[in-house]
Design a protein around this ligand. Structure first.
Ligand SMILES: [Mg+2]
Length: 433
């Protein structure tokens, strides 16, 4: 059977703009041709961009000026998407750290915008950070004060840089990070790789349409596509004049969640979309939030009198778990487990054996109340009590008690029951450092 081209395999193509369709004001010649051919084949096209400096209408004029057909409903810009999302959240007023285009998208969504001028912070529901060459310290100051006074912190995107004529230029993320560091608050980020814009694009397509994302940034375009359950094609141009090439990496197995940042096909030019290609793998949405970082953690199976096991009841969830915690900078695992058990229970323990290293994301991704998702890699130790007295830390633990291994507390965390079983299965005692 003839291999179908990527263009034939999909009904809808979601294109990133910067670096894929154009750089600055210059269109990429392969993009102009590829978009024309996709239109001629009757394919749906959407443009998903993390550039908050233009309205949908302005993007259409930019594209038309480059010889690329587009209508406003096909453009999912992060400024427009932010305005729609905030309207759904009931936000009525916003301080706009960006340009007039971003303010006008918010206004069109019924949100009263105040453009940041570096003056006194206004009382607003949200501070919305976009981009603009005029932004400076005074705007960051004004935004930070408004957030510390109670406004929600919203970022149109968090890109650190974007492709510009003459090389990469600081993106919205550079301003977002400044406000983040100055306030200690985390923003709600609307742009790619978060799912909002992908969802909006998919909702605008015919039901059941098979869509694919085409972008040049693995961390936003490819990751975002996969988080939304779509395949992602990475554009990696190698200069003009080369033959259209497609590389389809070997799939790592349908059940594997590895490689979320790895594209399903890499093309050297957008004209490769019309070359025969193996079918791309399918993605299911992730069963857990995308973790922003991986962090080391420790847990303890503490054996007390008659080899009963220490359990603690958590204040935040009300559930019984093993004593656990994170590893601080410049701390060994040995020191971390001793400190965490002491802080949570008042007991001084000696770790005697590493009994398991746990990293399964389905169980090990933890979402803090701030919305930050962290993937813990937890080393579990068998420990023996050396001293101290049982005294739960009231801000974290409501109860702490020893239980028979065969009769754990009710509603104990299932994953921790497994860790106890592994710890009690035996093995040689080892030095833990
Ligand atoms: Mg790009």
């Amino acid at each position: 059977m003839r291999m179908r081209s990527l263009a034939e395999q999909f009904d809808a193509f979601l294109f990133d703009l910067d670096g894929v369709v154009y750089i600055g004001d210059e269109p990429m010649s392969d993009a102009v041709e590829a978009l024309g051919r996709l239109r001629a084949m009757g394919k749906a096209v959407r443009f998903l961009t993390n550039d908050p400096r233009y309205t949908r209408q302005q993007f259409v004029r930019r594209l038309e000026g480059m010889g690329i057909e587009a209508v406003p409903d096909e453009v999912i810009g992060c400024g427009w998407a932010t305005a729609q999302h905030l309207r759904q959240l009931g936000v009525r007023s916003a301080l706009v750290v960006g340009n007039a285009a971003l303010a006008s998208e918010l206004e069109a969504a019924g949100i009263v915008p105040t453009e940041a001028d570096g003056g006194e912070p206004p009382t607003v529901d949200a501070v919305v950070v976009g981009a603009g060459e005029h932004l400076g310290y005074r705007h960051i100051l004004q935004a930070s004060r408004a957030i510390l006074a109670g406004a929600n912190f919203v970022a149109t995107n968090a890109d650190g840089r974007f492709p510009a004529p003459g090389g990469p230029a600081p993106g919205t993320g550079a301003i977002v990070r400044a406000v983040d560091v100055a306030t200690g608050r985390r923003p709600l980020v609307v742009g790619k790789p978060n799912p909002f814009m992908f969802r909006m694009a998919l909702e605008s397509l015919a039901p059941g349409a098979q869509a694919v994302m085409v972008g040049d940034n693995p961390a936003t375009d490819i990751l975002g596509a996969h988080l939304a359950g779509l395949p992602g094609i990475l554009v990696a141009r190698e200069g003009e004049g080369g033959r259209p090439g497609i590389t389809v990496p070997q799939a790592q197995g349908a059940s594997s969640r590895r490689g979320l940042l790895q594209a399903d096909a890499v093309v050297s030019t957008l004209l490769a979309l019309f070359e025969p290609s193996p079918p791309l793998r399918h993605w299911a949405p992730l069963p857990h939030p995308w973790p922003e970082r991986v962090s080391p953690g420790v847990a303890a199976v503490v054996l007390g009198p008659e080899d009963r096991v220490l359990w603690v009841r958590r204040q935040d969830t009300g559930r019984w778990s093993l004593p656990l915690g994170h590893v601080e900078p410049a701390e060994s695992l040995h020191e971390a487990v001793r400190r965490d058990v002491l802080e949570e229970t008042g007991l001084v323990v000696r770790p005697v054996r590493l009994t398991g290293v746990y990293s399964e994301p389905a169980a090990q991704v933890f979402v803090y109340p701030s919305g930050e998702a962290v993937h813990f890699v937890t080393c579990c130790f068998l420990c023996r009590v050396e001293g101290g007295c049982l005294q739960p830390a009231p801000d974290e633990v409501s109860e702490a008690a020893f239980f028979e291994p065969g009769a754990p507390p009710p509603a104990a965390m299932a994953i921790h029951l497994q860790w106890v079983a592994h710890a009690l299965a035996g093995g040689p005692e080892a030095v833990v450092r």
